[in-house]
Every structure is written in C-alpha cells, then in structure tokens.
Design a protein. Structure first.
Length: 95
C-alpha cells in the first residue's frame, strides 16, 4: 500500500470556511490531514460517495501513539468535532 501524502493545517485553521473546505478536499483526494501533534485525519471514500473519516487526537510524543481514535461518517460532523476539540480540549465521541 502506498503511503499517503500529509497536508498540514495550522491550529484553529479548521474554524475558517477555507480551512474546513481544505480539510474536506484533501481527505476526498486521499490525503491525510494533520494539525501538529493535536490531531490527524484520513478518510476512506467509497464508490457511492459515502466516507468513513478516521480521526486521531493528542499524540503522545514519548510513545509515538495517539490517545484517541474516533470515526465519523459525515465531513460536517468530523469538522464540528475537531472544532470542539481544538476549542475545549475535550475529545468528542464518534458516530
């Protein structure tokens, strides 16, 4: 399996319309989107247009492991969850 290209977003960039559009576009193009050690997202897009979005939150640099793994089936829900996470630090539940 080929490695995915990673696109970096700055903290709070997901709060802007252009940041949310970039997030969606990059995932639909098969890229991984990452915001430093705060979160990382990738998506599996199916032929019917449905998507499974996988989000990892809070990288522990000592162990190189993410503290949480969450799944969403809507880009809007994933974006809302990342906005909440960046604003409050609380890792939201997936779908």
């Amino acid at each position: 399996m080929a490695a995915r290209t990673t696109t970096e977003l700055e903290r709070q960039q997901i709060f802007t319309a252009s940041g949310a559009d970039s997030f969606r576009s990059e995932l639909l193009s098969g890229r991984t989107v990452r915001c430093a050690n705060l979160w990382m997202a990738s998506a599996q897009v199916y032929n019917d247009g449905a998507a499974e979005i996988e989000i990892f939150c809070s990288l522990d640099i000592r162990t190189d492991r993410w503290d949480a793994e969450i799944y969403y089936y809507s880009f809007e829900r994933a974006i809302a969850a990342l906005r909440e996470y960046e604003q409050t630090g609380n890792i939201p539940e997936g779908e």
